[in-house]
Structure formats: C-alpha cells, structure tokens
Design a protein around this ligand. Sequence first.
Ligand code: HBI
Ligand code: FE
Length: 274
Amino acid sequence: MYGSSDRPPRGDYSRAGADYTCPQNYAAYTEADHATYRQLYARQAALLPGLACDEFIAALPSLGASDRIPRFEAVNERLMKATGWEIVTVPGLIPELPFFSLLANRKFPVTDWIRTPAELDYIVEPDVFHDLFGHVPMLFNPVLADYVQRYGQGGVKAHALGACEQLSRLYWYTIEFGLIRQPDGLRAYGAGILSSKGEMAFSVRDPSPLRLPLTLERAMRTRYKIDTYQQNYFVIDSFDQLFDLTAADFTALYQNLALLPEIQPGVLQAGERA
Ligand code: HBI
Ligand code: FE
C-alpha cells in the first residue's frame, strides 16, 4: 500500500528493528482476528472469477490456510521455492527508503495486525489481509516478482534523486491498482483492488473510471487519492510489458517530468480516449 498518510501509523513500532522488520506476533491473534481473516478471505475469493487475473487465481492457494491467519514462515517455504521472495513482518507502513530497500532484496513487508470487524469493508492502512491476500499471490508470478524487485531498486535511486512521489505513483497504478488485458477481457492484478470488496467489480466493469494504456510518463504525472475508488486505472497487456518498462534508468524521465504539470485523477488529456 502507501506511506503518504499524515496520521501517526497504526501498529506497535517498538517491535521493529533497524530495517523496520519484526517477528510475526502469531500468539497475539485472537479467535476474532482469525474469524475476520476467514470472513474476508471467503468473501473476496468468491468475487475473483471474471474479475481477478488468471495468475492471481492460480497462485492464491499457495497462501495456504484460508480459515485462519497463516504463519508467514509457512507461506515463505512455498514463496521462496517459487520465486526466491520472502515476506517479512512489519508493524505497518514504513518509511519509503526502508520499504524500497526490502523490495530490492526480494523481501516483501507484510503488516501482521488485522482490521477490526467494524472495518471489514474498508480500511485506509494496509493490514495483514491487504498485504497477504492482495500482494503476496502475485509474488508467485516470476515476471511480476522481478518487476517488484526492479521497482525497489528504482526506488532506492529515486530516493536519492528526490523523485519518490513520481515513483510511488507508478507503484500505485500498477502494484496497487493495475489492470491487465487478458484474451478473455479486463482483469485486476493490483493488490488494492484484489483485497477490496467493492473495487473489484468497479475497476473492471464500471463505466465511470478512465482506463488508460500504461505509460511511465502518464502514470508518474497522475495524482492519486488513497481513500476513494480510483477515477482512472492503467492497463497493461502483459507482465512482460511491465517488466520491460523498468529496464531503462529513470533519471532523464524524472527531469522531463519536472517540466510537465501534474494531472488530476480522472481528467482525460488531449488526444486520449476514455
Ligand atoms: N510500507 N509497510 C508498507 N507497505 C507499503 O506498501 C508501503 C510502505 N511504505 C511506503 C509505501 N508503501 C509507498 O509510499 C511506496 O510507493 C514507496
Ligand atoms: Fe499495498
């Protein structure tokens, strides 16, 4: 998810080490927590056909338990074998540089607390359901897994260049809210969509949002809101296309972007078709 909220982040950061990781506090989960995970998993899994991309649906069983919050080390046994990634526990949102550094080392930060039953339909900050259900199955796909690592490497460079805002928009419009065109139609691959009850159908079927072909420039110029459905989505034709976008160094791109105005979400630009 994202680290741009201005509220003090939720979670007990006293548990975190220098790299912001901590052990998964499995004993702290109550039966209510496991019931919340079970309920979210069952509800979301029922929505996937026709809306989630094939790669996500194929990898979801690799998370293991669906009746309780899985032990991260059990997920790691399968994930490490599949793509050499491992999930590490964090208390919640962490600063951008540690976040990028973890991704650059094929470690995905997963928050270990879960939302309360009152927050079942919506929560602003990433909890274990958003991170584990939304993000982790896609890390079983080798091409997307390589994209996320290259994204992390790019993030470390962007931090040095002061270009985190632009790069976080690329994350937002791909890893969080990306759509992919399959032979049988549009599908979601972004974790923010895949872990959301309402945004699954909205992002793929609703006529109101813009759906634009993904280009680095357009995504990096486009602002985003963190607490509503997206007013525009960016569409790729394959994960290879996404990976190839990150081949070049972005320094020149950042310099060009600095000369161009930002774009408000949902606003069609000259020459674009809705
Ligand atoms: N921290 N735990 C966590 N999870 C995220 O997804 C995350 C983060 N910090 C920053 C962040 N995402 C975004 O701002 C990235 O685009 C950098
Ligand atoms: Fe996320």
